[in-house]
Design a protein around this ligand. Structure first.
Ligand SMILES: Nc1nc2c(ncn2[C@@H]2O[C@H](COP(=O)(O)OP(=O)(O)O)[C@@H](O)[C@H]2O)c(=O)[nH]1
Ligand SMILES: [Mg+2]
Length: 368
């Protein structure tokens, strides 16, 4: 865990594909993620190696992702996937920096890792930034075309689309106004979408069903730093309250409650690494089951340890107590209320069946 300048971050998945469970759990505590309920957003960035991704994130979100040293030449800086909390953005917004998608240092299993991290990012993120060079727009051999193809293919493997926002960030914008660039880019995107093989259920599904496409452009950080910073400050505004209706991620679906984020991300990475397809609705139910069970166990143990209940149990053993029933039901209510508060955002069916289990377990110790 790196903690610098008020920004929490962790190396979530290393270059060998190991998931950093301890790091994520500590990160969750540091940013108090579990308390967020559904009020949090996840952003990630993809794009060619050394295209200024980390530089953009750091300027946009006040993070500390490692950037390539401009004076040392091009070398891969971000092995695997890094996770950080955006500084000063409400509600809590997490951002993932992905290893470059044409990493020359990876060699053979390049595309495997690339596809896996893309699938992971798509499954976990509400907003995906696609970083691209301005001069690649309309080019047949553009660097980001294979990436986009991967993103679209991979999205087909999520059983139910999340309606992710794909924000194309055009870097090193030239004099050509965005109004002229955007239609060309959108046409490119549409062509790639049309050419992607789709399962029969999605043959006719329009791109807009899966993705919310946005386009923005920035001046060169190297050549026009001041302009770049002004534009980034404006872009940053769009990440405030991104999950509110009409916000950047306003249409997102299938959000995992924040307290289940760590477990959910681990499971998703496991499935992705085994190259299996991801059934997001089933995944949500599974996460809810595990988390609600954990909450049941926590509440049950703290009930057993509860002083008030212990005293009550002792008293009732020795003599008859007229208010016993009332006291009992009030302790029970408190315990169930605490359960409700923590389980509130999880799948309703799971939540209420686990609640029943908790109630039964409690009544059993109380009455016998
Ligand atoms: N031309 C240009 N270079 C940039 C820009 N932003 C960053 N760079 C440089 O590109 C190199 C790679 O930056 P980095 O953020 O580490 O790229 P990443 O590999 O995509 O994360 C560094 O030398 C940066 O100074 C930009 O907007 N335009
Ligand atoms: Mg980087």
């Amino acid at each position: 865990m790196d903690k610098c300048d008020g920004c929490c971050s962790t190396h979530l998945i290393d270059g060998d594909g190991n998931f950093n469970v301890a790091g994520l759990d500590k990160f969750m505590k540091d940013v108090k993620l579990a308390e967020c309920g559904l009020s949090y957003a996840v952003v990630s960035i993809m794009g060619p190696q050394s295209s200024g991704k980390s530089t953009l994130l750091n300027n946009l979100f006040g993070t500390n992702f490692r950037e390539m040293d401009a004076f040392k030449g091009r070398c891969q800086t971000t092995k695997g996937i890094w996770l950080a909390q955006c500084v000063g953005i409400e509600p809590c917004t997490l951002v993932m920096d992905l290893e470059g998608t044409d990493g020359r240092e990876r060699g053979e299993d390049d595309t495997a890792f690339e596809k896996q991290s893309a699938l992971f990012a798509l499954a976990v993120s509400d907003i995906v930034l696609i970083n691209m060079w301005c001069h690649d727009i309309g080019r047949e051999q553009a660097a980001n075309k294979p990436l986009l193809k991967t993103v679209f293919q991979v999205m087909m493997r999520l059983f139910s689309p999340r309606k992710t926002t794909l924000m194309f960030v055009i870097r090193d914008k030239t004099r050509t106004p965005l109004e002229n660039l955007e239609p060309v880019l959108r046409e490119d995107i549409q062509k790639i979408w049309d050419a992607v093989p789709k399962p029969s259920a999605h043959q006719e599904t329009p791109l807009s069903e899966f993705f919310n496409v946005k386009v923005t452009a920035l001046s060169s950080y190297e050549e026009r730093e001041e302009q770049f910073k002004e534009q980034v400050a404006i872009l940053r505004q769009r990440f405030f309250h991104s999950i509110a209706p009409g916000g950047l991620a306003g249409d997102r679906r299938a959000v995992v409650p924040a307290s289940g984020f760590s477990f959910s991300a681990q499971e998703i990475w496991k499935i992705v690494k085994e190259n299996k397809d991801l059934d997001l609705p089933a995944h949500k139910v599974m996460v809810a089951t595990v988390r609600c069970e954990e909450i049941v166990n926590e509440k049950y143990s703290s009930f057993i340890a509860n002083e008030e209940w212990r005293q009550l149990e002792d008293t009732v053993q020795s003599r008859l107590m007229p208010s016993f029933g009332r006291k009992l039901s009030s302790i029970l209510d408190v315990c169930l209320m605490e359960y409700d508060a923590e389980a509130t955002y999880f799948d309703e069916g799971v939540r209420s069946s686990k609640r029943k289990q908790l109630e039964e377990k409690l009544l059993q110790v109380m009455l016998f």
